[in-house]
Design a protein around this ligand. Structure first.
Ligand SMILES: O=P(O)(O)OC[C@H]1O[C@@H](O)[C@H](O)[C@@H](O)[C@@H]1O
Length: 608
């Protein structure tokens, strides 16, 4: 059968001996049209009783259907390489009957175990993919298709985000500072004890009288007077704005200070991802192994340290990476770590525990590993399992040839959807250069609920989190974390136990609340609303090589009902890094922008 890839319109011809399936020594397919590629199946079926000497399948880019599903039994060739094709034909002709039989058996079993209905579904999906013209991009999930129709969110307003963390302005004797000029305000301060009704907390203010004289002079000589508050914003000459740090500078200049800065400072929860968010940009050094090691951006050391040391701020790095990778990068910081998309949690002071449901089915891992191995071998510079994970497997083709990687990924998806794990309780998540398989229900959004419960428990918080910065280069699936915090959405229940009852007199204007409810107590202990609770990593679960130690399970919690989140929409900043199709409110271009932003945020935090 002649092989001629250079026919008139550039499309290689199909060379199929339809009429004589039973008599030919081998059959070769080389299609560019995916719809035609299904012909491999009838051929295999027809040859069930009288075996072909061999089947040759083209590895041509669009031959995505049968190249993998029957590929293991066939000889794969590059149809453009005539020598390779000739060698394959020779091999098919000379193939020992035992090998021929084995190969055909593989193909035949595959065809038999995949019903026509299943096949039609796969084929339909394939056509659907085409109609979305996604050859150029791996974005055919429903979520991503929806995202595509949305507008690109604006850039993160970093200045506003930094100013907003300054919190609300206090209320003095029933009058907000908005209406007070500094002199008046200082007079009030001189009463030594002024009750701020802001947030219902009694607040002491002090003024230093000696300094005030000087400052008053300044005021009378037409120098900037300090006015605080929403409506005033910038003050003449002084350039004082709502920027909290500028206000504080001015206050110091006028000789006043707050005894307790809490009244100006929101309780911030910062939830950054890791890869692509806090990592240093990858330089193409050619050393792929080195490039693949995720490393925290070197310029983040100072800002991260500052943010973590702020008592009003809680930082949780929430990543798909494994525990060891997070340990290696963040062990020196006083922050929380959530590995494997929150399935493992490391408190800022404590040890790794797991939030995994106890009977999570992981039987699919081996089958998926085989599929990943198969594709890794056939896709140069792709890799998987570079780091150990327990609850997911990621095949990454970031360093492979872009186009070839995409095609291989699509083949892999077909295989995963129809292959041995098609009935398993797993989800296949497509990244821009990766394919990930995880247990159903494992997402960052699902995990944050349990993480919050743990944070509140361990920090013994007495007031709610009222500022959230959620920033990441997250996969579409994990973008549910952005909506978790979204104040405009219905309120959520955070169901983890907590051991301390907080003051009940604290009431705030609420736009978004996460409420810790008393969990149902069962024989095996309290469970969260999602029937998942944290537990220490057991000895058997613990990896022997990563030195992760064990925390004893905590005692049963007391009854409590408490608002963990009290989030107004202007205090919520969700930001996608390097993505334009996103559910986040804002975007930033790269991890370098994250560095600049966190630096400014940390500086403002230090000054207050
Ligand atoms: O979960 P992380 O560390 O924040 O990373 C987010 C994503 O970053 C991408 O760069 C990776 O390809 C994904 O696999 C990963 O999920």
């Amino acid at each position: 059968i002649p092989v001629n890839p250079s026919v008139s319109d550039g499309i290689p011809c199909s060379f199929v001996a339809f009429s004589h399936y039973r008599t030919h020594h081998f059959v070769a397919f080389s299609h560019y049209r995916p719809r035609q590629s299904v012909m491999a199946i009838p051929v295999v079926l027809m040859q069930a009783s009288s075996l072909l000497d061999g089947a040759i399948l083209s590895k041509s880019p669009h031959l995505k259907f049968h190249a993998q599903s029957l590929g293991a039994g066939a000889i794969l060739v590059n149809p453009w390489n005539i020598t390779e094709v000739a060698a394959a034909i020779a091999r098919a002709l000379k193939m020992p009957s035992a090998e021929r039989e084995k190969r055909h058996k593989h193909n035949f079993l595959h065809v038999k175990s995949h019903t026509a209905q299943e096949w039609a579904g796969t084929f339909e999906r394939s056509i659907y993919d085409e109609s979305l013209n996604i050859c150029s991009e791996l974005n055919d999930t429903v979520i991503e298709a929806q995202l595509r129709t949305r507008q690109v969110p604006p850039q993160l307003p970093t200045k506003t985000a930094i100013e907003t963390i300054g919190g609300e302005w206090p209320i003095l004797n029933g009058t907000t500072c908005v209406e007070l000029q500094l002199e008046t305000w200082v007079d009030e301060i001189q009463r030594q004890k002024v009750q701020s009704k802001s947030k219902g907390v009694t607040q002491k203010f002090y003024g230093r009288t000696n300094d005030l004289k000087v400052n008053r002079k300044k005021c009378t000589s037409g120098q900037p007077k300090l006015e605080l508050g929403d409506s005033l914003g910038t003050v003449a000459h002084g350039g004082i704005s709502r920027d909290r740090s500028a206000i504080y500078d001015a206050m110091y200049a006028y000789g006043c200070y707050f005894d307790n800065l809490d009244c100006f400072h929101n309780r911030m929860l910062s939830v950054p991802g890791f890869s692509g968010t806090l990592t240093e940009p990858v330089e193409k050094t050619g050393d792929q192994i080195k490039e693949m090691e995720l490393k925290v951006h070197p310029k983040l050391r100072q800002p991260l340290t500052a943010l973590c040391s702020d008592p009003n701020t809680t930082v949780v790095v929430l990543s798909g990476s494994g525990r060891q990778v997070l340990d290696d990068n963040f062990k020196d910081y006083d922050m929380w770590l959530a590995a494997e998309n929150g399935m493992f949690l490391h408190p800022s002071k404590g040890e790794w525990m797991t939030t995994m449901p106890e009977h999570l089915n992981m039987e699919w891992l081996d089958s998926v590993k085989h599929v990943f191995e198969y594709f890794t071998e056939r896709t140069p510079r792709s890799h998987f399992d570079f780091e150990e994970r327990e609850t997911s497997l990621v095949w990454n083709y970031k360093y492979a040839d872009v186009e070839f990687g995409k095609l291989q990924a699509r083949d892999m998806l077909q295989h995963l959807w129809t292959g041995p794990i098609s009935n398993a309780s797993v989800e296949v998540v497509q990244g821009s250069r990766s394919v990930e398989v995880r247990a159903v229900g494992v997402t960052k959004g699902a995990a944050i609920d349990r993480i919050l419960g743990e944070i509140v428990h361990s920090k013994s918080m007495t007031s709610p989190i009222d500022y959230v910065l959620c920033i990441g280069h997250f996969l579409g699936k994990d973008e549910d974390i952005y909506s978790f915090f979204e104040p405009d959405l219905p309120s959520i229940g955070v169901g983890l136990p907590r051991s301390k009852v907080t003051s009940d007199g604290v009431k705030f204007p609420v736009e978004r609340k996460a409420c810790l409810k008393e969990p149902p107590i069962t024989k095996s202990g309290p469970k969260s609303s999602q029937n998942k609770a944290t537990r220490a990593v057991s000895n058997s679960e613990k990896k022997s090589n990563n030195h992760i130690s064990i925390t004893p399970r905590r005692a049963a919690p007391e009854k409590v009902s408490w608002n963990v989140l009290d989030l107004k929409k202007e205090n919520y900043f969700s930001c996608a890094i390097g993505r334009t199709r996103t559910n986040a409110r804002y975007t930033l271009d790269s991890s370098d922008d994250v560095v600049s932003f966190l630096k400014e945020l940390a500086n403002a935090s230090i000054r207050t």
